[in-house]
Design a protein. Structure first.
Length: 351
């Protein structure tokens, strides 16, 4: 999607922010210094999908192929934003492991236990550290936009994209948690809204629009890109929902069937609720938290309800809408190719 040179330049911009964190932390105590190191580990090893979208969109809409400092700063900002959301999301989900190793919360729980804290107090320290890590990452993302070498008008418009991404994502995450714990199921529209809001803006439409904006894309192109980016983001999150229910531990980055164990009310569950098999699915989901055998039973019940196939169909149809829409005159040929490529990559992830 982007050249190795561009990827390396973006990594350098990310590393610059992390180095700044470490320098500041060195004067603020051992605990804070360890937090800066943990933030660096949380940011390492990701796929860099969002910064790649910024850079690829910039090139597709006619931007200079060289990795300018402004482009790298904005691309890095979206990676730090993503890491912030991931760190906070782990706190919300009570997860202490990410990609097979302790996350920020897990590291600081272990640190507290090693220093004599009991389990409850260690959990408090771990959650506090993770919340603060996410806060610092959000600050660094905003700082990168604030200091980017762009005109005042472009900076204001980039801030508007970042602002929308933060607000919409927060709304989606809160709705997702509320939907999971309330005794009554939310309306289908609310379930799908939460699914869209959690991911579509910050992961797709905002990075794509940021790159196009830096390249000087016209208003009609930006409007069209926002719409198609949203569709790509919805499809991506629906794939993530399938991975959270049916994917391997390697795909999900945590235990298999994590969404089923946590009773997440995703579109997959909503579509099962509308099926004649709902009673069996509901009974199986109620026991999914008990272990792998119960998770497998819930997976089988969802399969038999037809919900898994319905979600797959919805994903394919949504991506088909993107492929058709990119033929609009607002998109230059390179942008059409980029959006089709993204649609193909999202579809390839379907478990």
């Amino acid at each position: 999607m982007i050249s190795s040179a561009t990827r390396a330049a973006i990594d350098d911009a990310i590393d610059g922010s992390l180095s700044r964190l470490r320098r500041r932390a060195a004067y603020l105590g051992d605990g804070f210094e360890q937090l800066a190191e943990a933030i660096g580990r949380a940011t390492a090893g990701g796929k860099r999908t969002r910064p790649a979208l910024v850079a690829a969109s910039y090139t597709a809409f006619g931007g200079d192929s060289s990795a300018s400092p402004a482009l790298c700063s904005i691309a890095a900002a979206f990676e730090l934003l993503h890491t912030a959301f991931v760190v906070h999301d782990d706190v919300i989900d009570h997860d202490t492991v990410r990609r097979g190793i302790p996350n920020v919360a897990g590291e600081f729980r272990a640190r507290a236990r090693a220093r004599g804290a009991d389990a409850d107090d260690a959990a408090l320290v771990g959650d506090a550290a993770a919340i603060l890590a996410g806060d610092l990452l959000l600050h660094e993302a905003s700082r990168l936009v604030a200091l980017a070498d762009v005109s005042a008008d472009v900076r204001a418009r980039l801030y508007a994209l970042l602002d929308e991404a933060m607000y919409v994502s927060a709304a989606g995450e809160l709705a997702d948690v509320e939907n999971a714990v309330m005794p009554d199921y939310a309306e289908a529209e609310a379930i799908f809204d939460a699914t869209f809001n959690k991911t579509a803006v910050y992961s797709f439409s905002a990075p794509l629009c940021a790159g196009a904006l830096l390249a000087g894309a016209p208003a009609d192109a930006l409007a069209a890109l926002e719409t198609q980016g949203g569709r790509l983001g919805l499809a991506f999150q629906l794939v993530d929902d399938l991975i959270g229910a049916f994917g391997s531990a390697e795909q999900a980055g945590r235990d298999e069937g994590g969404d089923l164990r946590e009773s997440k009310r995703t579109p997959l569950i909503e579509l099962a609720r509308q099926s004649p098999s709902w009673s069996r699915v509901n009974d199986a989901l109620a026991l999914a938290y008990t272990g792998p055998i119960a998770v497998r039973e819930a997976q089988l019940a969802l399969e038999e309800s037809g919900a898994r196939w319905s979600v797959r169909t919805l994903i394919v149809d949504t991506l088909g809408e993107v492929r058709a829409a990119v033929e609009a005159p607002a998109f230059p040929p390179a942008a059409r190719s980029l959006l089709r490529d993204i649609a193909d990559r999202v579809q390839e992830r379907i478990p």
